[in-house]
Design a protein around this ligand. Structure first.
Ligand SMILES: Cc1cc2nc3c(=O)[nH]c(=O)nc-3n(C[C@H](O)[C@H](O)[C@H](O)COP(=O)(O)OP(=O)(O)OC[C@H]3O[C@@H](n4cnc5c(N)ncnc54)[C@H](O)[C@@H]3O)c2cc1C
Length: 316
């Protein structure tokens, strides 16, 4: 299998990976970006909250513009899927579907995937009337009848937050056991949020536009929009050979410079515990790239470890 050896490899071509690639390219680091073309940004046709696009822009268009910008600074972009990574003698060895790679520094920006609840009709409504992210989509459903699909603290938080946008907010648990804590339970009571605990038979919609939830025996709850609290799968399976620390949600633990617990390995974007927003992922990508650049300088100049931009670490 052919091998490529680089100073830096970025795994992930979403907002975090592309932003890091721009910074590393402009720092003249020999960088390769590998991605499997499954950025979550592709799910959003109308991004409203990303700085600089007052009339909105599609996630696909942001990615396409990002790739063009990256290529201007000499970073190679390659489509592949990384299956496994090991570290031997300070070098990262990556096994991809089509090829193997080696790098001195590795940035993981593989994101996560939101898994919609397995209810008939849900998938057709995704992005049109069924959403995952209140920070992205609550603004567009103001005054509508909103259902929160969920049964945990996050569902309760979503319902309470939605009261800023609509007086009609209901939680539908789909027959799951309630797991919110007593504080959340008390807040839901205080704000008189209705809770429907029946199993949901179907999400009724017209071309993806929600009309109602249908419970058993033909009982319906009319609604215009739904938010699903996330069943997230974080894409860290490729890191199992490195032993990087993950938190209780399975996200990669990082410090303020986006360094992981494995020397030379960095992580940025939704694969870390940061709020999963495009602008935050892009910002983290930039920070991680600056940390990598500084750490490489540090190594070549044999100086003390330098802090990342804006950070002062103990002992420096
Ligand atoms: C329906 C929907 C709507 C959204 N709307 C908004 C919005 O309006 N505004 C907003 O700010 N955010 C929105 N988001 C969230 C936004 O998409 C994410 O915040 C953003 O994409 C995160 O960027 P990232 O780089 O961390 O991950 P991603 O953009 O998901 O990129 C991950 C990258 O890693 C690659 N990858 C993963 N595993 C491997 C592997 N093993 N080998 C190689 N490559 C791999 C993928 O192919 C992809 O290129 C939305 C999300 C969804 C699902």
């Amino acid at each position: 299998m052919e091998q490529q050896h680089r100073d830096v490899i970025i795994i992930g071509g979403g907002l975090a990976g592309l932003s890091a690639a721009i910074y590393l390219g402009r720092s003249r680091r020999d960088t390769l970006l590998i991605h499997s073309d499954r950025s979550m940004a592709k799910w959003e046709d109308d991004v409203q909250n990303y700085l600089g696009f007052p009339d909105g822009i599609s996630g696909d268009a942001i990615l396409e513009r990002g790739r063009r910008q990256v290529e201007r600074f000499g970073v190679q972009i390659k489509e592949d899927e990384i299956r496994f990574v090991t570290k031997v003698d300070e070098i990262f060895h990556l096994r991809g579907k089509t090829q193997s790679y080696r790098a001195l520094r590795l940035l993981v920006a593989t994101g996560l995937t939101h898994l919609p609840p397995e209810i008939a009709g849900v998938r057709e409504c995704l992005g049109l009337s069924l959403f995952f992210c209140k920070d992205c989509d609550a603004f567009r459903v103001q005054g509508k009848r909103i259902v929160i699909l969920g049964h945990n603290n996050e569902a309760a938080d979503y319902a309470l937050a939605m009261l800023l946008f609509s007086a009609s907010v209901v939680i539908a648990t789909n027959d799951h056991t309630l797991t919110w804590d007593s504080d959340h339970g008390a807040w839901l009571e205080e704000y008189r949020i209705a809770i429907r605990r029946e199993r949901i038979a179907e999400v009724e919609h017209a071309d993806g536009h929600l009309r109602a939830l249908t419970f058993g025996a033909g009982v319906r709850l009319e609604a215009d929009a739904a938010f699903a609290t996330r069943g997230d799968v974080t894409h860290t399976e490729l890191l199992t050979g490195l032993g990087a620390e993950l938190d209780s949600e399975g996200q990669v633990v990082v410090d303020a410079c986006l360094r992981t617990t494995v020397p030379g390995l960095y992580a940025a974007g939704c694969v870390t515990p940061a709020n999963c927003q495009m602008i935050i992922a892009a910002g983290q990508g930039a920070t991680a790239a600056q940390s990598i650049n500084r750490d490489l300088f540090d190594e070549s100049l044999r100086r003390h470890a330098l802090p990342c931009f804006g950070q002062v670490r103990e002992g420096t």
